[in-house]
Design a protein around this ligand. Structure first.
Ligand SMILES: [Zn+2]
Length: 138
């Protein structure tokens, strides 16, 4: 289960709407324990994909490292990555799976015609062959 507090949630939706019709991406900082994760801060990161960014995102490893550092400085952990799917369902694509890693939660926000529609959280397995849906509360 992953719960996103209202402030980071508002920031994630605003970021996704701003980036529309491109995909946005960012880091989720928070705490994890007892099988429950809480997102306390969202950190927008640049979509560094060099091709059409409406259908794909790419995170720079150094941006992810900076997010990890920022989390530690606040006594938090980097617990997940979020990105948006413009005019598309909040599913976890094969590309998403390939670029994932099993120790993070991956929240996908569906933005339809510039407005937030729905969101899902995904947990990839260690082999990155499939992702299970994680209960998401926001
Ligand atoms: Zn995706």
């Amino acid at each position: 289960m992953i719960r996103i507090e209202s402030e980071p949630w508002a920031a994630m939706v605003a970021h996704a709407r701003q980036a529309y019709p491109d995909e946005c991406c960012g880091a989720m900082l928070g705490s994890a324990g007892d099988g429950a994760k809480t997102v306390r801060a969202a950190m927008p990161l640049e979509n560094a994909f060099e091709g059409p960014r409406a259908t794909r995102y790419e995170l720079r490893p150094q941006d992810l490292m900076a997010a990890d550092r920022a989390a530690r400085e606040r006594g938090l952990e980097l617990i997940g990555i979020y990105h948006s799917h413009p005019d598309c369902e909040a599913y976890f694509s094969q590309t998403d799976l390939k670029n994932s890693c099993p120790w993070y939660s991956f929240v996908v926000l569906s933005i339809q015609e510039g407005r937030f529609d729905h969101a899902n959280s995904w947990l990839p397995n260690a082999e990155q062959t499939e992702a299970a849906k994680e209960e998401l509360i926001y």
